[in-house]
Design a protein around this ligand. Structure first.
Ligand code: FDA
Length: 583
């Protein structure tokens, strides 16, 4: 006999699991979260929170709360490269879209802003959003295993306080149990790549670094100290947790030697070395070790079990993609499961989760690992790669200050190498350009538009079916501006059309009633509730006034028609029934 039943059982309360719970509850679907420990993330971990994640928070109504606890974009932008915080600075990179040229790209692409919020502050906001709308969180509860049949999944869990082992029955199970996912193992997900390709330690500490950072505000300060750790090139990271008195230090260790025992003395020694000022009082809060992984699942679901987050993509923190992608996984699966549970869609809709998210898992794991290797060009420009002798390395770095052709070239190489790190710190395209091709998108027969600029660095707006609905500001009936994204989401499909699109509106209305699926109807144009005040919607929508876009609850374009057609109802019905697997 099962202890209890639910619609969706979520294993794990990290960004993936908590976002999934919050979304499912917002969509009115019963869900239970089991999570191993007595609380959520106990260290800062993820922090860069990109605009796509913020759009999910906006949809959930928690964007403001997140912003209140976050450090804003304008304080994130000076990626500093130095020999210690107190000594020589080698260069800086405007990052996270703060270069005036890049700020326009970021600002134009979304109603939200990238920000920095430590994971231990974000998770409780997500949990509150879910629990206040119905999610049941069961802390100190460890997932042990599962069995699935045609009707559902039975999971065995253990209450870690009472040692009681019991079963929970659910229609679907979401495996959001992190980089050592037991759920992924239990459903035999295939993986490519390698775990443990490098070793790192985190040291969280309190120290007031205002005098070294307030004039060059940033979230990341990279310290290069040849000879001070593994492989000769000692590179450490001083990461802001709270401005400017709480920090997380990342320092590598040799994976072949296994994780070191990080005593407070060792931790202080490392921190001191990177800060370079023995007069700053340091209070160590915690230390931990972790491994650099290069591993992704090539299939992310099996039957009624769907894995998400680090369970399916395991990679270093470079580019800040982990938590952000985990939240996107949740945004992708939540509306699909909700519609299937409510009987509004066929189960085949769920297959599109695998088709849409598995390629993203691969893409971000490759990107994050590539970003680590791209530090190599900085090392090269400083003359750190052709020798293992730290004194030669230091001498090579000094040569940059000479007045000769070689030094001038070296200085140029360093400038270019730092700029090249935009592929880690200004990688807007990787964050925003996700386009899906699957059964949950109805092609309009056009080929995917080519990217005009580098697709990793730059986001390119399109309404090509499968792409995310572009953001522009339009006016509502009070003359206030509202984002096109605000017209969609909230777990519902949305039809966007303009003057002359009444046939689409009528068709959507009729289908909504017939299929019992809420579809929001939005007409944009003069005299309508919404007007294209800035003319930017007309410029970006790639359809005529009387055409239409059908938007999925996760903001991706499901269907597009360039203009009105006489058989609008048939066309829309075919698209919806295909997408929702209602045939
Ligand atoms: P996560 O590991 O967070 O959560 C797993 C959950 O499952 C936990 O609640 C755990 O208790 C639970 N669990 C595990 N086994 C269980 C079991 N058997 N039974 C029950 N519960 C179980 N990302 C990013 O987007 N931006 C960034 O800036 C950074 N920066 C960053 C810095 C550092 C230093 C690190 C180490 C990592 C990052 N990341 C990041 C990555 C980010 O932390 C990571 O990708 C997310 O935490 C993944 O979220 P998940 O919810 O998938 O797993």
């Amino acid at each position: 006999m099962h202890k209890f039943e639910t619609d969706v059982l979520i294993v794990g309360s990290g960004p993936a699991g908590s976002a999934a719970a919050a979304l499912l509850s917002a969509y009115g679907v019963r869900n239970v979260v089991v999570t191993k420990y007595n609380w959520m993330a106990n260290t800062p971990r993820a922090h860069i929170t990109n605009q796509r994640a913020m759009e999910v928070f906006r949809d959930l109504g928690i964007e403001e709360e997140v912003n209140q606890k976050a450090v804003a974009q304008e304080f994130m932008g000076n990626n500093v490269f130095c020999t210690s915080l107190a000594s020589e600075e080698l260069g800086r990179l405007y990052s996270w879209g703060t270069h005036p040229n890049r700020l326009a790209d970021y600002t134009l692409s979304s109603p939200t802003k990238i920000c920095d919020i430590p994971q231990n502050l974000l998770e409780p906001i997500l949990a509150h959003a879910g629990a206040s709308k119905g999610s049941h969180y069961r802390f100190d509860t460890e997932y042990l295993g599962l069995e699935q049949d045609n009707e559902g999944v039975t999971a065995t869990v253990r209450d870690r306080l009472s040692e009681e082992v019991y079963t929970i029955r659910a229609k679907y199970l979401l495996g959001a149990d992190g980089g050592n996912s037991q759920v992924a193992k239990d459903i035999n997900l295939p993986f490519e790549g390698q775990m443990g390709v490098g070793g790192s330690m985190n040291i969280v500490c309190e120290m007031d670094l205002t005098k070294y950072v307030a004039h060059r505000p940033s979230v990341l300060y990279w310290v290069l100290q040849p000879g001070s750790n593994v492989g000769g090139i000692g590179m450490g990271l001083v990461r802001m947790v709270r401005p400017w008195n709480e920090w997380l230090i990342v320092w590598g260790y040799d994976i072949n030697d296994g994780p070191p025992k990080v005593t407070d003395e060792l931790a202080k020694e490392i921190v001191l070395k990177l800060v370079g000022d023995p007069n700053i009082p340091i209070k160590i809060k915690s230390t931990s070790t972790w491994t650099v992984n290069h591993c992704y699942a090539t299939q992310v679901s099996n039957g009624r079990v769907f894995c998400m987050g680090d369970a399916i993509h395991r990679h270093p923190p470079s580019n800040g993609l982990g938590s952000n992608t985990s939240i996107q996984d949740a945004f992708n699966i939540a509306w699909k499961v909700a519609m299937v549970v409510k009987g509004q869609a066929g189960e085949e809709l769920l297959n599109s989760y695998n088709t849409e998210r598995a390629p993203i898992a691969k893409q971000i794991v490759e990107r994050a690992n590539k970003s680590i290797t791209e530090f190599g060009t900085i090392f090269q420009s400083l003359g750190l790669t052709d020798t293992t002798d730290p004194s030669v390395m230091r001498a090579n770095m000094e040569k940059m200050k000479d007045h000769n052709d070689a030094a001038e070239m070296q200085r140029e190489q360093l400038r270019q190498a730092i700029l090249f790190k935009s592929y880690e710190f200004n990688c807007h395209g990787v964050e925003m350009n996700q386009r899906y091709t699957s059964n949950a998108v109805k092609s309009d027969g056009t080929i995917e538009p080519a990217y005009k600029r580098d697709k990793e660095l730059y986001y390119e707006a399109t309404t090509w079916p499968g792409a995310r609905l572009p953001h522009v500001w339009i006016g509502n009936d009070n003359g206030h501006r509202i984002s096109t994204l605000d017209l969609a989401g909230k777990g519902e499909f949305t039809l966007l059309t303009g003057i002359g699109g009444e046939l689409w509106m009528n068709a959507a209305q009729a289908l909504s009633t017939q299929l019992n699926i809420p579809i929001r109807l939005i007409q944009i144009g003069p005299g309508k509730k919404y007007t294209d005040l800035y003319g930017e919607w007309a410029a970006i929508r790639e359809i005529k006034d009387a055409g239409c876009l059908l938007i999925r609850p996760d903001f991706h374009v499901a269907f597009r028609a360039k203009d009105i057609v006489s058989d609008a109802k048939e066309k829309l019905a075919e698209a919806l029934t295909d997408i929702l697997a209602l045939n």
